[in-house]
Design a protein around this ligand. Structure first.
Ligand code: MYR
Length: 183
């Protein structure tokens, strides 16, 4: 686990977000996107982009409030995301399921504040990635710490799965000065 500076865990005392307000507001955003684009795959793309724009800003708040710095490797980063970031911003406990690839992990969510009170219509089943904003947040935030990742939902309780799961793959590191990438 990466280091957390002593005395910098004030975020742990923050109240849980108002779940109902949060879910309904997000639902209104998704509904509007469906009306605007009339295509679930395009809605997935738009949600991911919105999340990306949040993630690139959120990372500063995360690093400042958490005191987390210098993750040892991608597994360590995944643990920080699951145990610190999701707790901080969404108030939920998330587990990391390792895979046999060091650059791939799965974030297992037993509850999802975005999709509470939601039931997908049949035409959205298997197509709409309802909480896709989260994938964008992860991509944006990690890009700001030089990690180029691909995030996608591989399980979703809205699609009938027992848990919701995000597969996170580190595709490469971003060279800070040049904007180039190296492996
Ligand atoms: C480092 O090694 O520099 C620390 C990297 C920590 C990355 C934490 C990314 C936070 C992502 C926030 C996701 C919020 C989801 C609700």
């Amino acid at each position: 686990m990466s280091r957390v500076r002593a005395g910098e865990a004030a975020w742990a005392k923050m109240p849980k977000v108002n779940a109902e307000f949060f879910a309904l507001t997000y639902g209104a955003v998704v509904t509007q996107l469906i009306k605007d684009f009339e295509d679930f795959k395009e809605v997935n793309i738009q949600l991911e982009k919105m999340g990306y724009n949040i993630g690139i800003r959120l990372i500063d708040e995360f690093l400042a409030k958490s005191g987390v710095f210098a993750c040892a490797d991608f597994k360590d980063t995944s643990e920080v995301i699951a145990k610190v970031a999701f707790k901080m911003f969404l108030g939920i406990n998330v587990d990391v399921a390792s895979t046999d690839m060091p650059n791939v992990c799965c974030l297992v969510m037993y509850e999802n504040p975005f999709s509470e009170f939601v039931e997908l219509p049949p035409q959205a089943q298997g197509v709409l990635s309802y909480s896709n904003i989260l994938c964008g947040v992860l991509r944006g935030a990690l890009e700001m710490v030089q990690m180029r990742v691909e995030a996608k939902f591989t399980k979703d309780t809205l699609q009938g799965d027992d848990v919701t799961e995000i597969r996170l793959e580190l595709k490469g590191m971003i060279e800070e000065t040049m904007g180039d990438e190296y492996k």
